[in-house]
Design a protein around this ligand. Structure first.
Ligand code: UMA
Ligand code: ADP
Length: 473
């Protein structure tokens, strides 16, 4: 449960500071300007990337750059903090104690939005489920737009005049969101991520679970037992009427509760809704058990809208998935290359490795900034299912050491210095039928601006290797 100020209203007449000059800060500034609200903007970098944009667009406002200063900040009654700035600091604690209202852009959005909102969080699968819900709802004739952590800041969505908003929310955004009313909401799954900003996994999980605070329909993954029992407890303690809809792998013990199960029958998998067959996984273009669960989560989130089933299923069958998520790049000499640059934590990379069947040997390219993660679970999967691991980036050795500790073979690790070397080494180790999977389990910012740039580099290296091989043969 959130212990933040649930009923505090943002007041356009009070002194306001925006912290962070990234996409969020800019969208807040633009929104406040439309409401004739005076504000200042701060960034702890001396020369933030958007400084010129801010100066040009808002020539009148006060701009504060450099180290954040309590003596300066304490003059503001409301501070809108960007997600990349942690509010768990002495500075923000002191400001809150002095009565300053600290909020994020999602809280501001929550206070002004007048259409239903569907909210999605989790360690992995957020963007896939968010865009799938958006697509299905649009196909069913509801004017829908998606954003939030996905990319378009929430306040920028308002000008679309949509009838439904689908928000991907990060734990950072949830920390500063207190009153978001949602039609339906879900925590898709929890695995270690952002451990540099949380005390431990429970701390991170608790922040994620606040997404259920003000929802009509709580959508729960039955494989996430802790979340399931916490939300049941919350309903009992608060005597709250929340409709619970479950999805997950079909198991004897949950069949009665699980509205959207995924059934395994020998080698075939089927999606069901309340004992009614929906489709087989052959009908779905995005592959892997985790993606079939993402589809069920999207359907469960849309339950309250009672949409036409055939239109929903048609939209699912057409959905091609997003770039940089287990994206097939090319086959070179019967070896398949996949770009999973968005695999930025261990849970994502484990799911991506396990998406390939027993007959496909996986060669993994991984490494980058580990964000304080423990790689032991990934180490186990590497030991059991990965033929060779090519390692690159700051925390590459941490992955290797975890896997070695868990019994992986020393000879199966190959440190490299660049993406092109990684692709070359992976290809030279591969045999016909193998899969080369770039799923770093880490963030990209040791070498790239973001995961998109990193994924593009991987794809470029694969395609140039393909060209070289063509020229030689
Ligand atoms: N900044 C400071 N001091 C700090 C940290 C940052 O001044 O201590 C400044 C930076 O100098 C920069 C600005 O803050 O000028 C950047 O703000 P930001 O990091 O909050 O990034 P935005 O550009 O506002 O983008 C944010 C999300 N970024 C983060 O949460 C880190 C974007 O998610 C999101 O798409 C966008 O808002 C719109 O809602 C990105 C992300 O990486 C994709 N999210 C994380 C994830 O998915 O794992 C949570
Ligand atoms: P997010 O927005 O939460 O980062 P994405 O939909 O962008 O999630 O997927 C990122 C990566 O996470 C994918 O490339 C895949 O490796 C993995 N992934 C996607 N869905 C799931 C899921 N439901 N469970 C575990 N891993 C997943």
């Amino acid at each position: 449960m959130s212990n933040m100020p649930q009923n505090k209203l943002f007041d356009f007449n009070l002194t306001t500071l925006i912290v962070g000059m990234g996409g969020t800060g800019l969208s807040c500034a633009r929104y406040l300007q439309t409401q004739n609200c005076q504000f200042s903007i701060a960034d702890s970098r001396a020369e933030p990337n958007n400084l010129i944009v801010v100066k040009n667009e808002f020539p009148e406002i006060e701009i504060l750059t450099g180290i954040f200063d309590l003596e300066v900040f304490k003059h503001y009654q409301q501070i809108i903090v960007s997600p990349g700035v942690s509010i768990r600091s002495n500075l923000f604690n002191r400001l809150a104690e002095q009565g300053c209202f600290i909020l994020g852009d999602i809280e501001l959005f929550a206070q002004v939005v007048d259409k239903p909102v569907i909210a999605i969080t989790g360690s992995n699968g957020k963007s896939t489920v968010t865009t799938l819900v958006e697509k299905i709802a649009n196909e069913c004739g509801i004017k829908t737009i998606a954003g939030g952590n996905l990319g378009i800041p929430a306040l920028d969505l308002l000008s679309s005049n949509s009838d439904l908003y689908v928000l991907e929310l990060s734990s950072f955004q949830l920390e500063t969101t207190y009153s978001l009313q949602t039609l339906s909401a879900t925590v898709l799954n929890i695995s270690e991520d952002h451990m540099d900003r949380y005390r431990d996994l429970d701390d991170y999980r608790q922040v994620k679970e606040t997404i259920y605070d003000n929802t009509d329909y709580a959508i729960v993954n039955y494989d996430e037992q802790k979340i399931f029992s916490n939300i049941k407890k919350q309903c009992l303690e608060l005597d709250k009427e929340i409709l619970l809809f479950g999805y997950g792998l079909a198991k004897k013990e949950n069949l009665m509760d699980c509205s959207y199960p995924l059934f395994y029958l020998q080698d075939n998998k089927f999606l069901y809704h309340d004992q009614q067959f929906i489709m087989t996984t052959e009908d779905i273009k995005i592959k892997g058990t985790f993606n079939y669960l993402n589809v069920l989560a999207a359907l469960a989130l849309l339950v309250p809208l009672q949409l036409d089933k055939n239109k929903q299923y048609r939209a699912i069958k057409q959905y091609n998935g997003l770039e940089h998520r287990c994206e097939w790049v090319s086959d070179i000499e019967h070896i398949s290359f996949y770009n999973d640059s968005k695999g930025t934590n261990t849970g994502a990379t484990i799911a991506a490795i396990q998406a390939f069947d027993e007959l496909e040997q996986v060669i993994l390219i991984a490494g980058g900034v580990g964000k304080g993660a423990n790689f032991d679970d990934l180490g186990k999967v590497i030991r059991n299912k990965v033929k060779a691991t090519i390692l690159l980036g700051t925390d590459a050795d941490k992955i290797k050491n975890s896997a070695l500790k868990l019994g992986a073979k020393k000879e199966s690790f190959y440190p490299v210095a660049s993406m092109s070397e990684a692709v070359f080494v992976a290809k030279s180790l591969a045999k016909i039928g193998d899969v080369i999977l770039f799923s770093p389990a880490c963030a990209s910012f040791d070498r790239y601006q973001n995961y998109m740039q990193r994924g593009d580099d991987f794809k470029k290296c694969v395609l140039s290797l393909q060209e070289e091989i063509k020229h030689v043969s």
